[in-house]
Design a protein around this ligand. Structure first.
Ligand code: BDP
Length: 333
């Protein structure tokens, strides 16, 4: 093959999300997956597991290339928009920014909704959660929800101690791109700041642009944020699941039988991610505590102070979903 032709093919492979290259009889389609987390993080491990299962189940006809560490899109909103126009095939993102495109998703991430992780999983893997996952596509977003993953609970971490709601006053807190979360921090007395990707939180804190952020133990540890914001308050304001998303446009370009394989493989990775999550959640907590992070454990009464301020969110974002919210609360009781 002439050099120019090879170059052209390489360029085409980089530009087309579902690029099929033929070698003999076997047509290989390479699909791109975007991930903000680093190698070794539970969701990244699940991405690779997904790729492995799909490649195996299609006898190598479909390969999934994982771009970790936010190298393709540092902000998940960018990845979501790329999926909508079919620029990439998959993205593993948090459900939080997805709610900007599929508002119903806010219902499964309302502040203080779940009693614990088991409660959340009963809801997500039951009819309510599965219906929400289907709604991602049914809403006409151009996105397809393939599977939920665990991301534990989210907590505030700051450059100075927070031991009560009163200490939140005036704090600039980085949030994901989700208006409901901005409202949540406002109700707690702080100021929500969006538009900063998770990989840039560390430097934003260091430069004094923000006073802190909120996340789970593994992200706090993995991104190194604990080094610049060493006060972690266990307020557990939200449990926001991760979602593995596909581009509807890219799936439509594939053989329907392969789409079924992809959906099935994605589902199979959930248990694996949850297992990896549990291990990492514990080791991350141990690591940051050993490095001197100051953890504020709140009493149930103190947590109630946070929770009591959330009523306006339930009124605004829960409007029309009152029965569903009640059903979620009753799940597992
Ligand atoms: C982490 C999620 C990741 C989000 C990040 C964030 O795993 O998908 O991008 O939070 O806060 O927990 O942006």
């Amino acid at each position: 093959m002439k050099k120019a032709l090879v170059l052209l093919l390489v360029l085409a492979a980089m530009m087309i999300p579902a690029f099929a290259s033929g070698s003999g009889e076997q047509q290989v389609t390479t699909l791109t997956l975007s991930e903000v987390h680093a190698e070794g993080y539970p969701t990244t491990l699940a991405d690779y597991e997904f790729a492995r299962l799909v490649e195996e189940a299609t006898d190598g006809r479909i390969k999934i290339e994982v771009f970790s560490g936010g190298t393709l899109y540092g902000e998940e909103t960018g990845a979501i928009e790329a999926l909508q126009i079919g620029d990439i095939a998959f993205a593993r993102v948090s459900a939080s920014p997805v709610a900007s495109y599929v508002p119903a998703l806010n219902i499964i991430q309302l502040p203080y909704l779940y009693r614990d992780g088991d409660h959340m999983w009963q809801v997500l893997n039951g009819p309510i959660g599965q219906d929400m996952l289907a709604q991602i596509q049914e809403s006409g977003s151009g996105l397809v929800g393939l599977a939920y993953y665990d991301a534990g609970s989210r907590n505030f971490y700051t450059t100075k101690p927070v031991n009560s709601v009163a200490d939140m006053k005036g704090l600039k807190i980085r949030l994901q791109n989700n208006a409901m979360m901005v409202e949540m921090v406002k109700l707690l007395g702080g100021n929500g700041v969006t538009g900063i990707g998770p990989n840039d939180v560390y430097s934003a804190i260091q430069q004094g642009v923000i006073d802190g952020a909120e996340n789970n133990w593994p992200t706090y540890e993995s991104m190194g944020d604990y080094q610049v914001a060493p006060y972690f308050v266990l307020d557990g304001h939200t449990r926001v699941p991760e979602v593995l998303l596909a581009s509807e446009a890219v799936l439509e370009s594939l053989d329907p039988a392969d789409v079924e394989i992809i959906k099935e493989c994605a589902k199979q990775t959930q248990a694996y991610e949850i297992e990896q999550w549990a291990l990492r959640e514990q080791s991350s907590e141990e690591k940051v505590v050993a490095e001197g992070v100051v953890v504020a454990e709140l009493t149930p009464e103190q947590i109630s102070e946070f929770q009591a301020l959330m009523d306006p969110i339930y009124a605004e974002y829960g409007a029309g979903y009152e029965d569903l919210i009640q059903e979620i609360i009753n799940t597992g009781l």
